[in-house]
Design a protein around this ligand. Structure first.
Ligand SMILES: [Zn+2]
Length: 259
């Protein structure tokens, strides 16, 4: 044990006289406890225990800072992998959507015998081709639309209707991939964006199960993805924990106490 396993400096007396000592075992343990697996070291020398930022790239403070600064990128990478897995899972589920397309019904209220799953929503922007109005509610939008239709013909009305159909269709899919067969407590919202005829349609509801009709069953598909997804989620939680509970400042505080 005659070298620092972190910075590789030779321990003991140097040519110019000053001896480089290893840190105490308890300090080394404390540092290793803090560090991620890839930065742990059997020995840290007293130079590695200095807390000032130094130019040497092997210094444990510099190494940790570099590691910590990469965590955002790591989180981004994990999220991307998660999104890919979820997209694949959704794609597999959607193969069976056709059987439910006509089955899924919407209710503005909550019928009895319904088991709610979760809130779902969807939104789209429709270019209505309408003139500018300050409408942000259905009635105003409606009358503006009818004025426009009266002047210019049916086209903008069709666009609005198409917008309706599209968000309803999106919401159906959201319900289906959650294993629901009914959407209850539906609420619509419209707002005109920046007065340029573009209308934001927003719809929300609660994906639910009506036990009296066929219920989507995804157990086998979900089983296929559950392992890899939960691994990714745990990994992301670990990285989050590392980022916020093992900050660079905390590490500096820790190495200041080494002996
Ligand atoms: Zn060292």
């Amino acid at each position: 044990m005659n070298r620092c396993t972190n910075c590789d400096v030779k321990l003991g007396p140097t040519m110019i006289g000053k001896e480089i000592k290893p840190l105490s075992n308890s300090s080394i343990d404390k540092i290793n406890e803090f560090l991620p697996e890839e930065l742990k070291s059997e020995v840290f020398c007293e130079r590695c225990g200095l807390h000032q930022e130094r130019v040497e790239m092997y210094h444990i403070y510099v190494k940790y800072k570099r590691y910590h600064n990469n965590l955002d990128e790591e989180i981004h990478k994990i999220r991307k992998e998660e999104a890919e897995a979820v997209a694949n899972l959704t794609r597999e589920k959607m193969k069976y959507f056709i059987n439910f397309d006509d089955l899924i019904k919407f209710y503005s209220y909550v019928p009895s015998n319904i088991t709610p799953i979760e809130l779902i929503e969807s939104q789209i922007i429709v270019d209505s081709g309408m003139w500018s109005t300050s409408s942000d509610n259905l009635d105003a939008l409606w009358s503006a639309m009818h004025d426009k239709v009266a002047r210019d013909g049916i086209d903008s009305k069709n666009k609005i209707n198409e917008g309706f159909s599209n968000i309803k269709d999106l919401l159906k899919r959201e319900c289906f991939i959650r294993g629901g067969n009914t959407v209850v407590d539906i609420k619509y919202n419209f707002s005109e964006l920046a007065g340029n005829g573009k209308v934001l349609f927003h719809i929300q509801g609660t994906a639910s199960i009506n036990p009296e009709i066929e219920i989507p069953k995804f157990d086998n598909i979900e089983k296929k993805y559950s392992d890899s997804l939960s691994k990714l989620i745990n990994k992301r939680k670990e990285v989050f924990n590392r980022k916020y509970n093992y900050s660079i400042e905390n590490f500096v505080e820790l190495i200041k106490t080494t002996t």
